[in-house]
Design a protein around this ligand. Structure first.
Ligand code: GLC
Ligand code: GLC
Length: 794
């Protein structure tokens, strides 16, 4: 089978050896608030803080060819023009390699005895990309050639940049000073920020006007200045500002030259914006240029970035007999969790960066993947999220990262949302032991003066469910539960309505969710354990446990279909996900949540539900969301039935929810089933890269299911709850390292032999040899600071 690349475990890199991957295979750079997306051909863009409002580079969605625009270096060597990353010229290279590492990407191209090695990274503590371009004459003759840099500026607001041409084409402004090309559109009025693209040596020519550089009728693959070996030395006034430097270089055989480019972003205080009329204050940009003037400085910054990632990834290391497992756990899954935490669902090659903000449920789930890595940031995120809650326990479904305010366009009404706050907070406290967070004073809807403790927020989250029960004593679904596409109160026949925000019928709705019911039981138990641990009023704890028990009874009574858990009741009170349904007889979410909650375990319901999931939902590439897929539009179910069968929420393999079944299987002690389900969705185990299409090093949200035209095709890679959930499944359920309030519980459920886990936990460092008998044994290790080497028999 065709391979486009391979893992380099020792360097924590993925190495792409063929630039024509089936889809751009991207990486992310940035750790604080300056972020970049970079593909294996150096396409992509960067932004500061907010992908919509502070976009630095322009990117074209839906372009042909796709992934056009990025940081391009052109080499003109005689009559040949080529790029180290192959695109945009696509001149065949003698050698090509792209190494995606932890927060950096290195692209190397070689052509006719000239090698160009470009290292891209975002240094810690600076708002910029550094590009170190190293050129080497690998041939036997002296070489004279030209190097061009090129980026195209976005006019800041990524949304209006694509729409408002009557204004945009007149606003572009630049300045040129020293070795730096500045982009200062709108800085004269309300913006306090500009961008720049500079280099650490004098250039031989430049351009800042796109038309001059590229030509009206050319594409990025044939810029007229590069073809001619010239620069226009153009100054952009309106139209489309860009930045390009030209260097005329000569290299003796074996000789190298290194150039350091800095693509940066600067904010200035209003009173410090200008040094003279119309002349921007460049002090901060200059300081950034000075910070990366030499190779030694770049080496030091790059080493610092490595230390950052090494320190994080050293917190959980497994050594087992399965290399695919080790590289997923030790490198890529944790890395993806970090990226998902940073970006939520905003910017990827499937999310435009202009649509969604931070999701209430998404961000809470993302916490589960990073609480062991960056607990302080997790803490802040919990407070930010809780601050968007309403006094009745409901919450804004999304908030904007720039303002941290709830998003009014979407509003609330997703009845699973409140429970995720309990989920996220419990995950954080189990990892950190920081019970103090519960005393933090947190407002409602960000309104000063409304503060109550975080613990009170959790209480009202819990209460929001018991305040909103339906006719069977099951939770009312509201606009939707976790499944955004099961819209039971929407009833839309108007394509201009949003399935998520339209409710054409709610009065008298009987729509209830078994997914929320399972979530409520599982999280309710965890909540009660937390309350108990902190010594809350036993009467209240009792009340919580009673509500949980009542929900379990309701599920057993009205949520069991004979072979599996029902999915929901619709507006009219009819069953969804039942054998009696015409299509969509069984769904994954309720099997996952009700088995994780162990509802009816004694009566054998969990085993039966898991068997049914295996029998009906499992296919070659994972577990589909529902089956049979909907083949027509059901107005009473909404968006789920709008997708062609086999895709997304309509019988796609929605990887996010596969771990629920994996954990359910592990809790039932069924190691073989848990492991098989895990391997199917984990990219390191997937063999057919061409079929999968998307990056073989990260999970994707969705893989086309058995009913699709091409089962196994992956989509929506990178930003997905799959990252945190597979992390939870593999680290806790399979490898069995379960953080508790007062220690670690080791309880593996995986059909492999002895393995070693090195795990930092609070102030402790555990080095565990786990002798896994496969018999379901467990050992509790009470928390104690310091280094500990233990052999554990399970
Ligand atoms: C997307 C959303 C998530 C939702 C899921 C299922 O991944 O980000 O919030 O739960 O789809 O619809
Ligand atoms: C669509 C998608 C779903 C996503 C939602 C976000 O419904 O199918 O996955 O969560 O949009 O609004």
């Amino acid at each position: 089978m065709k391979e486009y690349g391979h893992f380099d475990d020792a360097h924590r890199e993925y190495v792409i050896t063929d630039p024509a991957t089936p889809w751009p295979w991207i990486n992310y750079m940035g750790t604080e608030d300056f972020f970049s997306l970079i593909s294996n051909t150096a396409g992509g863009y960067c932004f500061c803080k907010d992908a919509k409002f502070r976009r630095i580079l322009r990117y074209r969605y839906n372009g042909v060819p796709m992934d056009d625009g990025g940081r391009y270096y052109y080499i003109k060597d005689g009559d040949t023009v080529w790029n180290p990353g192959w695109k945009p010229c696509k001149t065949p290279l003698d050698f090509y390699e792209c190494r995606h590492g932890m927060g950096y990407t290195r692209v190397t191209g070689e052509k006719d005895g000239l090698k160009a090695d470009v290292l891209f990274f975002v240094p810690i503590g600076h708002r910029c990309e550094v590009h170190r371009v190293k050129l080497t004459n690998t041939g036997v003759a002296k070489k004279s050639f030209q190097l061009y840099s090129f980026v195209e500026w976005c006019l800041w607001n990524a949304s209006t940049d694509m729409e408002n041409f009557q204004r945009n084409l007149s606003t572009g402004q630049v300045e040129i000073e020293g070795n730096v090309l500045y982009h200062k559109t709108e800085y004269r009025e309300r913006r306090d920020h500009y961008a720049f693209f500079g280099v650490n040596r004098k250039f031989d020519g430049f351009d800042t006007d796109r038309e001059t550089f590229i030509g009206m009728y050319n594409g990025f693959n044939a810029p007229q200045q590069v073809l001619a070996g010239t620069s226009g030395n153009s100054v952009a006034h309106g139209w489309s500002p860009v930045a390009s430097h030209r260097f005329d270089l000569t290299l003796e055989p074996g000789a190298s030259e290194e150039l350091i480019f800095v693509l940066g972003y600067v904010e200035n205080l209003p009173e410090e914006k200008f040094v003279a009329p119309q002349i921007i204050n460049k002090a901060k940009a200059q300081a950034m240029m000075d910070a990366f003037a030499t190779g030694a400085q770049v080496d030091a910054a790059f080493a610092q970035l490595r230390v950052f990632w090494d320190d994080l990834l050293d917190r959980f290391i497994v050594e087992s007999e399965v290399p695919e497992l080790d590289r997923t756990v030790n490198v890529w899954n944790q890395y993806q969790c970090m990226i998902t935490f940073f970006f939520s669902r905003s910017a990827s090659y499937f999310e435009s960066g202009i649509g969604r903000g931070m999701g209430f449920r998404d961000s809470n789930q993302d916490l589960a993947g990073i609480v062991h890595l960056i607990p302080d940031r997790a803490r802040q995120r919990i407070i930010d999220i809780a601050s968007t809650q309403f006094p009745d326990g409901g919450c804004y479904h999304q908030y904007q990262p720039l303002t941290k305010r709830g998003n009014n366009d979407i509003g609330g009404g997703f009845n699973d949302d409140p429970l995720w706050l309990i989920f996220g907070t419990v995950a954080y406290i189990r990892e950190t032991g920081d019970f103090g967070i519960l005393n933090e004073q947190v407002p409602f809807d960000n309104k000063p003066g409304t503060e109550v403790s975080l613990l009170d927020h959790l209480k009202i989250s819990f209460k929001h469910v018991t305040d909103n029960l339906g006719p069977h004593g099951l939770p009312l679904i509201g606009r939707a539960d976790w499944n955004d596409c099961l819209n039971l109160n929407c009833f839309s026949d108007n394509p201009d309505e949003s399935f998520q925000t339209t409710e054409n019928k709610t009065e008298g709705s009987k729509a209830e969710s078994l997914m929320i019911a399972g979530l409520f039981v599982a999280e309710g138990r965890d909540f009660a354990a937390l309350l108990d641990r902190i010594g809350e009023d036993p009467a209240y704890v009792d009340e919580v446990l009673k509500a949980v028990a009542a929900m379990e009874s309701a599920v057993k009574k009205d949520g069991w279909d004979g072979g599996w858990f029902l999915r929901a009741y619709d507006y009219y009170g009819r069953k969804i996900g039942s054998d009696e349904c015409e299509e969509g007889k069984i769904f994954i979410e309720s099997q996952g949540w009700c088995t994780m909650a162990r509802i009816g375990a004694e009566e054998g319901l969990c085993d039966k539900a898991l068997d049914s999931a295996k029998k009906y939902l499992e296919c070659e590439h994972g577990l589909v969301l529902n089956t049979p897929a909907y083949t027509k539009y059901f107005i009473d179910y909404g968006e789920i039935s709008s997708y062609p069968q086999g895709y997304k929420e309509n019988a796609g393999i929605f990887c996010h929810n596969n771990p629920w079944v994996i954990i359910g299987e592990a809790m039932a002690g069924r190691a073989e089933d848990a492991w098989r389900h895990y391997k199917k969705i984990t990219p390191a185990f997937t063999k057919d890269q061409a079929l999968r299409k998307v990056e073989p090093y990260v999970f994707c949200q969705m893989v086309a299911g058995k009913d699709a035209a091409k089962p196994g095709e992956g989509k929506n890679s990178w930003l997905t709850g799959t990252a945190a959930w597979t992390w939870k499944a593999v680290s806790e359920a399979l490898l069995g390292i379960k953080p508790q309030f007062d220690g670690l519980l080791v309880e593996p459920c995986i059909p492999i032999g002895t393995y070693r886990i090195r795990r930092r936990f609070r102030e402790a460092e555990y080095d565990l040899i786990i002798r896994n008998s496969g018999k379901g044994g467990k050992v509790f290790i009470p928390y104690k600071p310091g280094k500990q080497t233990l052999e554990v028999d399970c």
